[in-house]
Design a protein around this ligand. Structure first.
Ligand SMILES: *Cc1c(COP(=O)(O)O)cnc(C)c1O
Length: 949
């Protein structure tokens, strides 16, 4: 084996493992296995036309070359993106630490207490800074958060308010935010009224409003008069706010806001040419059950100790399928954790110092600019100045030469300062303006900045009066705090996370290494494209490779998650139908086995959903599909289909299915969550799909980050390329492109390098080999477990795809053991549970991925078999149905070392059920968590300091 080849580092099984596994599953060769698994009719005719993989070393050299093509100007463009200082202690211990970034969404809360605590800190910080009552644990970006607010408020209208269908948007909101509102309003029939809040005539058709605080041009308005008027008309108020300014300004919650949202990017998260960053979303307590996204809450564990978990899960938006008002699933957990850590590290004093310094820099700059004869449009600002009557052509040329970006607009020029703006930077800015005015350059001194008078009224309410924000201000303390939380969480650094449909493969260090290189990290998303040539090359390269892999013509990288990709793809389909005069097509056929985000996305697009049955083998019932497609042939928009199916099988009938849809005028939307079973062997384009999203955070090696970031680009066939999403500030997408679907033109551009690196280093043959290995690993598990667990569905030759569903329904009846109990018991063995009860209730869906070695698969199978043995003990009556080792799982160290051990099984069986567990014991930090208690007594923030006394 050549260890210089990255594919041999990425794939888990050694050559010998492969031989042993093939023997175990009774396949004569890997080729034979693939032939038995994937129907011949859908196989690609030729190998992927992608270059051979680079070694890790060669790849990083190649990437240096790309990085050098990005130009690092100082950007004062603002509009929601600001340079910031990522504290090295957070960079090294969180962002660059696989213990944090390889974790999964904290569905198994007992082994996720660390990130749950960090996310609770995030919610607490947001509640404090916004002055609201409850906050969620992040959304995708500020613009989509604003759109979520608009639709949430729409859903909250009282029943007698059917005529209330208009939404007011201040024209001083960020342009990309207004664009997103247009995207999301249209399919729901919401009418946008965009205008000046001071002069707009309010009427009873308006149900809500969105204001920007401070406004895009920097002015800090007093909105109280407007809010008073709006409330008289029964309107609800959403405010998009700047997080750093809230440290100083009176929070919107104190002047009547019902929802406050924004971005936490400038709390230590690099701009990264657009993302990923965590948006925040806070609202009044009365709205908590309608709030989109995940909420972390406090509950208790089986021993009565406090324990955290995701609250109100039964309310999770996408579970409501066609009744959903939001489809958010993957959010921005890792980025929210980083922003919360920034607040923990700086504390209230530190944040006030940072905010003050940014503000006073703006004041000092404004004073000097006025002396040079420039006109500043407003007097009350935080960090952004708007200059009017400027000679933008002249200033632009001088600024360009000084490598400075301002925001230029028809009305003047904007300068947004940030945490990194130094006295030298201020003087460089002044030099540009002095030259343009033909005057001598003034020199500002640090003492002039600090001695400036504030240009705003400072908030009276305290911020971050909680122990966690007032305890860890030295690096030693901070490092240990981060480590303490990390140690409570199970991640890929411990063991395989075999979550079906989630593809928890290796996230290689070499793929992630360049994330903090300033040439990538420090680029503002709205810089002129000439400054981002490196990024453009990387994006184009990834686009081309993904087109080769999917068989499509073009990609859009805007969507920040798989679900966001679904939404974008469906809008593209709708735009296509409209362009052909078939705008009436509004029926989406969705198989009953589909992921909940599918119907949720369709509902958000205003589509009407018709469910297609599955047969007893788990396949789409083709007769039912045909009947429904023909019935709706005049109004059929599309089919949403996952391939291989969520049941883990390559349906033989897929070509027939896609042709039925096309024959009836519909388009085929493919959910690409299972792309890991296609790469190099078949492709969406090859089997008749017109559009497909990819989850780069599944198939293409971007880590899950404990619940995000994600990237959900869509690929489309040639006829749909004109409709790919556009952007108001940077040219992207097609000629007749739909409105933007995310705030940044290329979505979470920074992390595209991970997938780019993955493809570059694997090469075409390596990628294909990974798919083959993923299928081998899955079939090996299926075979190893066959005498203990039955696999629900399989292909005609008895093979599964890259994942399989294990039936557990009998255990419930015979032993009172539910899949959730098995999930908890696996923790005692050091494993994260597979996906529970999706897509079929009372099952476990196992997806090992190609990155796991045979040894690890064997350990997992041994654990599963041991648990099966424990279930048999209950069935045989040798163990009690309630008081047994599975029902009491997981076992904490505290429980096991307790002096009064009164369980009917030994401590060894509890904590060290198999010999190898001793070598790598992972201790769950809390016992089984009571979800119901936490939902009844909802607490979603840290207690203030007083209550500790
Ligand atoms: C993961 C997944 C999604 C949703 O993707 P997100 O990135 O979490 O929004 C949709 N469909 C299927 C089948 C999935 O597995």
């Amino acid at each position: 084996m050549n260890t210089d080849q990255f594919v041999n580092r990425h794939n888990g099984p050694s050559d010998k493992d492969v031989q042993d596994m093939l023997k175990a599953i009774d396949a004569s060769s890997l080729d034979a296995l693939i032939d038995q698994t994937i129907p011949a009719a859908i196989r690609l005719k030729s190998p992927l036309n992608l270059p051979e993989g680079l070694s890790e070393h060669a790849y990083l050299q190649h990437l240096r070359g790309i990085a050098a093509k990005n130009k690092l100007y100082k950007s004062y463009i603002g509009l929601g993106y600001y340079d910031t200082i990522l504290p090295p202690v957070i960079q090294r211990n969180v962002l660059e630490n696989p213990g944090w970034y390889t974790a999964y969404t904290p569905y198994q809360a007992e082994i996720a207490q660390g990130r749950l605590e960090a996310l609770l800190n995030f919610q607490t910080m947001i509640v404090d800074l916004t002055g609201m009552e409850i906050a969620n644990a992040s959304l995708l970006d500020e613009a989509t958060a604003a759109a979520e607010a608009m639709t949430m408020m729409h859903g909250l209208r009282s029943r007698d308010a059917a005529g209330k269908n208009s939404f007011f948007v201040s024209h001083e909101c960020f342009p990309q935010t207004i664009e997103l509102l247009k995207t999301r309003a249209k399919p729901l029939g919401i009418e946008l009224v965009i205008g000046d809040f001071k002069t707009v005539t309010l009427n009873d058709k308006l149900y809500g409003a969105l204001l920007q605080y401070p406004a895009a041009n920097g002015v800090v308005h007093d909105y109280s008069e407007f809010v008073g008027r709006a409330k008289e008309h029964g309107m609800t108020i959403a405010v998009a706010a700047d997080i750093l300014s809230l440290v100083l300004l009176t929070p919107p919650g104190e002047w009547g806001a019902d929802i406050v949202l924004g971005s936490t990017q400038r709390f230590g998260v690099p701009m990264g040419y657009g993302g990923p960053h965590a948006a925040f979303f806070a609202c009044r307590d009365a709205y908590k059950r309608s709030m989109p996204g995940r909420i972390i809450g406090v509950s208790v564990d089986a021993d009565g100790n406090p324990a955290l978990r995701m609250a109100l899960q039964t309310r999770e938006q996408h579970i409501r399928r066609e009744k959903a008002t939001s489809n958010i699933c993957t959010a921005q957990a890792l980025l929210a954790i980083m922003a919360s850590m920034y607040a923990v590290y700086h504390g209230p004093q530190g944040l006030r110092g940072i905010a003050r310094r940014v503000h006073l820099s703006a004041v000092a700059l404004a004073n000097e600019l006025k002396k040079l004869g420039y006109q500043i449009a407003h007097d009350t600002f935080f960090d952004t100045l708007k200059l009017t009557h400027t000679d933008n052509v002249k200033i632009h040329a001088l600024a360009e030469a000084a490598e400075i970006n301002f925001r230029y607009s028809g009305e003047g020029l904007g300068i947004a300062l940030d945490q990194t703006t130094s006295i030298n930077d201020l003087n460089a800015i002044l030099a540009v303006f002095a030259q343009a005015a033909g005057k001598a350059t003034p020199r500002l001194s640090e003492s002039q900045v600090t001695a400036s008078a504030m240009h705003l009224t400072v908030r009276k309410s305290a911020i971050l009066n909680h122990a966690v924000f007032n305890s860890y201000h030295s690096e030693t303390l901070m490092m240990r705090y981060i480590k303490r939380l990390e140690n409570k969480d199970l991640s890929l650094t411990h063991s395989m996370i075999a979550l079906g449909s989630c593809t928890m493969k290796l996230n290689a260090a070499s793929e992630l290494l360049a994330l903090t290189w300033p040439e990538f990290a420090s680029l503002h998303p709205f810089v002129p494209v000439e400054q981002a040539t490196g990024y453009q090359e990387l994006i184009a390269g990834l686009d081309a490779a993904l087109c080769e892999i999917t068989g499509f013509a073009q990609m859009s990288f805007q969507p920040n998650s798989g679900a966001s990709g679904e939404y974008a793809g469906l809008l593209v389909i709708q735009a296509y139908h409209r362009s052909r005069g078939e705008g009436q097509r509004n029926v989406a056929l969705i198989p009953s086995s589909a992921h909940g985000t599918n119907p949720a996305s369709a509902a958000m697009c205003g589509l009407s959903i018709v469910v297609v049955k599955c047969d007893q083998n788990g396949n789409i019932d083709v007769a039912d599909l045909r009947e429904k497609a023909e019935l709706h042939k005049n109004d059929l928009s599309c089919l949403m289909v996952t391939y291989p199916s969520t049941h883990g099988v390559y349906e033989e009938s897929i070509i027939e299915i896609t042709s039925i849809i096309h024959a009836n005028g519909g388009q085929v939307y493919m959910d690409g969550a299972n792309m890991n079973a296609q790469v190099g062997l078949t492709s969406p384009g090859n089997i008749g799909a017109d559009v497909c999203h990819l989850n780069l955070h599944k198939t293409f090696a971007i880590p899950h980050g404990g619940g995000g970031p994600g990237v959900g680009p869509i690929g489309v066939a040639e006829h749909l390329t004109p409709f790919l999403p556009s952007h108001p500030l940077v040219k992207t997408g097609g000629e007749q492109g739909i409105h933007a679907v995310s705030a940044a033109p290329f979505g979470s551009a920074l992390i595209l390098m991970i997938s780019y690196g993955y493809i570059k280093m694997m090469g075409g043959a390596g990628l294909t080999q990974a798919t083959r290995m993923a299928i081998l690993n899955a079939n090996y598990i299926k075979e190893s477990l066959k005498n203990h667990y039955s696999t629900l569905y399989q292909g005609t030759n008895g093979r599964c795809a890259h994942e399989m569903i294990l039936q557990c329904i009998d255990f419930k009846r015979e032993a009172g053991i539910e899949v959730a109990d098995i999930a908890k018991r696996l923790m005692d063995f050091g494993f994260h549970a597979p996906t529970t009860s999706f897509p079929v209730v009372d099952t476990l869906m196992v997806e090992p991925t190609e990155s796991e070695s045979k040894d690890e698969l064997d350990r997992f199978c041994e654990a599963m078999i041991a648990i099966r043995g424990e279930i048999d003990e209950i069935i045989a009556g040798r163990a009690d149905k309630k008081n047994n080792v599975i029902k009491h799982a997981p076992h904490t160290a505290k429980a096991v070392v307790s002096s009064n051990w009164d369980r009917p099984y030994s401590r060894e069986q509890a904590a060290y059920p198999l010999p190898w567990v001793r070598e790598n014991k992972f201790w769950p930090s809390v016992a089984k968590i009571d979800n119901v208690y936490g939902d009844k007594n909802l607490v979603c923030a840290c207690p203030p300091i007083e209550s500790y006394l």
